[in-house]
Design a protein around this ligand. Sequence first.
Ligand SMILES: [Zn+2]
Length: 365
Amino acid sequence: MDYKSLIINKSALKRIFYIYIPLAAAIYFLLLGAAWLTDKPPSPPLALEQSFDGKLPIVYDENYNMGFFCLENLHHFDTAKYRKIHDALVAAQAVKPEQFIPAAIPDRKMLEIAQTPEYLDSLSSSVTLARIIEVNVLKFFPSHLSNNLILQPMLYQTGGSLLAARAALKSGWAINLGGGFHHAARDKGEGFCALADISLIVKYLRQEKLAQKIMIVDFDAHQGNGFGRDFTGDSDVFIVDAYNKDVYPKDSDAKRGIDVAVELDAFTGDTEYLQKLRKGLDRAFAEFTPDFIIYNAGTDILAGDPLGALDISPKGVAARDELVFGKALDAKIPVVMLLSGGYQKTNAQVISDSILNLKDKFKIF
Ligand SMILES: [Zn+2]
């Protein structure tokens, strides 16, 4: 036996004791400190039955924005997208800061309307969140820190989606400047979506008998496989989904839940895109009369988006949003718009311009 191989090199031992262990301890305490620094005051209760007096049906909360620190460089997502849209609407003097409806976190009982207790429990683990948002290094974070940085903003946005749904029932339309987590299903999260806010709106509205027949119009670049799975075979939920067929998630099981599928080739441009969407919507409204519409308005359809891989211009985005709002407002069916995907730094401006276009075209505020 070669005993020499069992003798630990003295200098390697020194390196472990004097460099690696202190470094690991320093990083660990730094992360614990960061967890403490990112603590926010507890959320107020989610007041879904409020009057919304003095507000416009646009929901936004500062807590939507994700404090990634330098980690945002590791991810496609513009973590301040929501704040930028808010700021652009204020700068355009379209909305006063006090006119936005602030969001709050739904309680556990509310979340369990749409997702299983086992799955919701799993979200307290950094490993689960790291997988969902596809940032591997996050799995080494203390769970308290990943909760503060990732889960809390998603919880606020989910509360915002519910509030916007309530506001839409009152005003005929509403926009949540966040939400649209269409890859999350009752027992699973993926593709940057931990909480199934779309399924939650559907189930909440039905539970409260506020709506029964619901149409989900998903025009994000990706197939909405979360609610697709949740509502397969449910004749009171009608799903219209337009997506790039060549990119994630290519979920054939969830496709069984789609009523009108508009499958797009990679790099489809404005003219073909809008033509296909119009045709798909006409077919949907001919087949189904909803009493509520959820519009998932992802802007990862924009040209240059690394994940959406379509070729739509900012004008194309505005025309698309106008198309959906036109259909809903003409038919007097309440519509709630959620922002969903969109991974470029320019998205915020495109979204605020599109909201201003809706204001001009339909005089809704
Ligand atoms: Zn997407």
